[in-house]
Ligand binder design. Structure first.
Ligand SMILES: *Cc1c(COP(=O)(O)O)cnc(C)c1O
Length: 365
């Protein structure tokens, strides 16, 4: 499928003249800044925040580019991946007219962001073993389909999508193929960002919220052709990533070794936790995971969920999603947290077994 970006982008966006901020109009050096109505006297609490942040995050992009071995021109940095998701929908989908494809069960923000922007959602569910159905995805696409969201490793199922399925969809679809790799750091497979040069309609999303431990800073990254990055840069709010977030990200990127050792620890805890869970009576199935969480099918999942909350442990109830009945999604915690979780679950099932046999003992008659 030949990809025609100019035809795909909303005309309003293609013709948009972006807001030009004080800091982006100036590029040489100066030592007196009277251009942006900031407080020249300083910022309280010594945080050094009286100046607006770099709207193009040049220093941060340079570090990300080095780490990911890609040009800074192929990088967009946003206020979480959620900002990139919303901006991509607004760039390509005409409200009230266009649609996008999602493959549930998957991350809920694609559908929420679509609804906020008045974009119809076409659902092409995963197979029962949580894999994509490329033929069904391509058959569901119409000229109004501007985006397909793929998530690999997928949330909440935890597994990687087959690479050939992702490629078939990206190559076969006329719109943009967005592959959300929020959990790629926990998977034993390379990122798709290497395919960006070959597939002009591919956008890869990553985030510093998971493996990099910066969920509170709000930093998402989109990798794409420089043309798509140009569109994202054009429509984004000028100062979409604050100075604190940029500084936090720069600091984190210097701690690659520490992050790598956490990642290894999380991956090994994941398999230990999966084994222990599988051995508990009442656990029906532990889905294989390439992420930092496990999707687990339990007997009486609702009651277990409530009993965990009563013990101060909160997991994610995913049992109402299609293909996920009886399933809770559990983030891999520290060894101590996982031990408490395991004993709370074991206790729940041994108590309910005791209750079930109680009448037969005659005590309750
Ligand atoms: C957690 C998560 C994200 C991250 O979103 P941020 O806005 O970057 O925190 C993105 N996609 C998926 C599938 C996720 O689970």
């Amino acid at each position: 499928m030949r990809f025609d970006l100019q035809r795909l982008v909303r005309p309003k966006i293609r013709d948009l003249r972006p807001y030009s901020s004080a800091r982006s109009e100036f590029s040489s050096s100066a030592d007196i800044f009277l251009d942006a109505n900031e407080n020249s006297f300083g910022s309280p609490a010594g945080l050094d925040l009286n100046r607006y942040p770099d709207p193009l995050q040049a220093e941060l992009k340079k570090e990300i580019a080095e780490l990911k071995k890609i040009s800074a021109d192929n990088i967009f940095v946003g206020n979480g991946s959620d900002e990139a998701i919303d901006l991509l929908i607004r760039i390509f989908c005409e409200p009230g007219r266009d649609n996008l494809i999602v493959c549930p069960p998957t991350y809920g923000m694609y559908t929420v962001s679509a609804a906020v922007n008045d974009i119809a959602v076409v659902s092409v569910p995963l197979t029962s073993d949580f894999q994509l159905r490329p033929d069904a995805v391509l058959a569901s696409a119409t000229p109004k389909t501007k985006i397909v969201f793929l998530c690999s490793p997928n949330n909440p199922t935890g597994n990687l999508m087959r690479l050939d399925s992702i490629i078939d969809i990206a190559e076969g679809i006329e719109g943009v193929a967005i592959v959300d790799e929020a959990y790629i750091d926990f998977a034993d497979t390379p990122s798709l960002i290497d395919e960006i040069g070959r597939l002009p309609n591919l956008v890869v999303l990553q985030t510093l919220s998971k493996a990099w431990g910066l969920a509170g800073a709000r930093l998402g990254i989109a990798f794409a052709s420089s043309e798509v990055i140009g569109l994202l840069t054009k429509v984004k709010p000028p100062y979409n990533v604050g100075s604190l977030a940029q500084r936090a990200a720069l600091a984190a990127l210097t701690c690659k070794d520490e992050v790598d050792s956490w990642r290894a620890a999380i991956v090994s805890e994941r398999s230990r936790l999966a084994d222990r869970l599988a051995a508990i009576t009442g656990v029906d199935f532990v889905h294989p995971s390439d992420a930092n969480f496990l999707l687990v099918k339990f007997e009486r999942a609702d009651a277990l969920y409530q009993s965990l909350i009563a013990k101060g442990i909160v997991v994610r109830d995913r049992s109402k999603l299609e293909l996920c009945s009886g399933c809770l999604r559990i983030t891999v915690g520290t060894p101590g947290e996982n031990a408490r979780l395991l004993s709370a679950i074991a206790e729940f099932y041994s108590n309910s077994e005791a209750e079930a046999v109680a009448p037969r003992s005659g005590k309750n008659l």
